[in-house]
Design a protein around this ligand. Structure first.
Ligand SMILES: Cc1cc2nc3c(=O)[nH]c(=O)nc-3n(C[C@H](O)[C@H](O)[C@H](O)COP(=O)(O)O)c2cc1C
Length: 178
C-alpha cells in the first residue's frame, strides 16, 4: 500500500515538509513516497494559456501520481491566510483535468506555521472543501508554533501531547490501509 505525501509549498526548507517526514515515521510499515511540488512547477494558470496550449504535462503527472497512490498525506503551508501561490497554481491546473483532484483517496491533512495559529486557516479551507475535490478526509491536525514544538536536529516533535495527537491522526490512514 502506497501513501503519497507532499507539503503544499515550494520552500526547500519547508517546515511542513519536516512535519510531514516526521509524521511518516509514525506510520509503521507504510510505503511512503514524498513528492516535491517544485517538480511540478508551471506558468501561472490562465484560461487564455489553457485555450492556447492546453494543460501542461506537469499537471497530468501530478494527477497521475495521486491516482496511483492508495492514500494521501498532505501538509499545508499558509500564506496570508490561504494556500501558497505555488500549491494553488498546481491545484488550479490539476482541477482542469478533474475537479476531483484527490480522486477519492483516503486523506490526512496537516498544517504548521511558526505562529500560534499553526496555519489553521488554510487547513480549515482545505478540509471544508475536501469532499468537493474528492478527498476522503480521515483526519486533520494543525501543529502550532513549529519552532517551539519541533526539534530540527532529531526531526521530531518534542511535545508529548502533540506526538500522541499526530500519531492518532496519521494512523487513521493505516486503519484504512490495513
Ligand atoms: C507571504 C507570506 C505570508 C504568510 N502568511 C502567513 C499566515 O497567514 N499565517 C501563518 O501562520 N503564517 C504565515 N506565513 C509564515 C509561514 O507560515 C512560514 O513562512 C512557514 O515557514 C511556511 O511554511 P513552509 O516552511 O512549509 O513553506 C507567511 C509567510 C509568507 C512568506
Amino acid at each position: 500500500m502506497k501513501i503519497l505525501a507532499f507539503a503544499a509549498t515550494n520552500s526547500t526548507k519547508s517546515i511542513n515538509r519536516q512535519l510531514l517526514s516526521y509524521a511518516g515515521t509514525l506510520i509503521e510499515e507504510a510505503d511512503i513516497e514524498v513528492l516535491d511540488i517544485n517538480d511540478y512547477e508551471m506558468p501561472l494558470y490562465s484560461s487564455d494559456r489553457e485555450a492556447a496550449d492546453g494543460i501542461p504535462e506537469q499537471a497530468h503527472r501530478f494527477y497521475q501520481k495521486i491516482g496511483s497512490a492508495d492514500a494521501l498525506l498532505i501538509s499545508l503551508a499558509e500564506h496570508n491566510g490561504s494556500y501558497t501561490a505555488a500549491y494553488k497554481n498546481l491545484y488550479d491546473w490539476t482541477s482542469r483535468i478533474d475537479t476531483k483532484v484527490y480522486q477519492n483517496k483516503p486523506t490526512v491533512m496537516l498544517s504548521t506555521s511558526p505562529g500560534a495559529g499553526g496555519a489553521a486557516n488554510v487547513l480549515a479551507t482545505a478540509t471544508k472543501s475536501a469532499p468537493f475535490f474528492g478527498a476522503d478526509l480521515k483526519a486533520s491536525m494543525s501543529v502550532p508554533s513549529f519552532f517551539d514544538n519541533f526539534d530540527a536536529e532529531s526531526g521530531r516533535l518534542n511535545d508529548g501531547g502533540l506526538v500522541k495527537e499526530l500519531q492518532a491522526t496519521v494512523l487513521r490512514l493505516k486503519g484504512v490501509l490495513a
